[in-house]
Design a protein around this ligand. Sequence first.
Ligand code: 26A
Length: 349
Amino acid sequence: MADSSLREALILGLGNPLLDVSTTVSKEFLDKWGLEPNNAILATDQHQGLVEDLTKNYEVKFIAGGSVQNTMRIIQWLFSKPKVCTFMGCIGNDFFGRCMEFKATEDGVRVVYMTDPKEKTGHCVVLITENGQCRSMCAFLGAANNFKKDHLVKNWEYAEKAKYFYVSGFHIPVSLPSILELANHANSHQDKRFCFNLSAQYISQVFGEQLLSVVPFIDLLFGNETEAAAFAELNKWTDTKDLKEIAKRIANMGKANNNKPRIVIITQGKDPVIVAKQNETETKEYVVKPIEASEIVDTNGAGDAFVGGFLSQFVQDKSIEECVRVGIYAAQQIIRQDGFSTPRFPPQF
Ligand code: 26A
């Protein structure tokens, strides 16, 4: 693949580094813990003992995860050059943290973790049901929750070097000041782009005000259909449920720098990917080539991989059509696998 435009530290990701504790469970297990089949939530007191119950009754896999870190890893899989992606987040001074560092580094990502010696590395319980079609995630953030802007400022050279920034909505409750620091930096440079993910419904539902404070800086916004609907509700767009219309409205929300028109990309599983651009009347739909249900092992991380595929082309100034095509390719590779591991074979798209 021609990647002459790629250089070290071109992309900077900020998110929660989490170790996934993943397995397939029964519907009864989900019900017992009050978990929905397809959701991502933060663990509460109600989930104390979940990991113990899980590891006692099921064989689990420990896999490096965290949504932004996954996206950075898949981008690196698509590039032959290492360290194009830098990733920041907070881990504990423990075995799981070091395992994750090893894994991400092995995948070619430069990790610039903050370490909190007082907290354990965060983990995320990933429960697969319905033959791999559904996944319920419950995150115990641990050290990931303690990321501080100081760490970003201390390592500002990576922000200076980066041209593309990618942050998840998941990080809003963790360090909004860090997000706004990056967002403002990208905003004040005409050649830089700030990319963001809606991440989960609860971000719009619980952290709506904070989310809206970031929106003016977002150049590229990713989300799925349920997250877009929750965001529409936050904006009280009660007159429509049409995703294309919602995408268009998001694209045209107030922007701090109108010289960089916003692009909104909404995925909806096997249904078409919707792309809306600020100031454009037409919203595009891109068909997803179906894959056999029997090929689907685990949909966990499909959204992260889609963003990775998309950005891998976007940073090379490819057309939106090409970005979507490679996004779908990456997502379909990941759902053929158990857990979010970068494939052991070179990409072919
Ligand atoms: C704050 N929350 C809930 C989270 C996450 C998360 N990454 C960051 N913050 N909840 C789940 N994930 C990650 O999503 C990936 C699949 O898309 C999981 O770690 C999993 O690897």
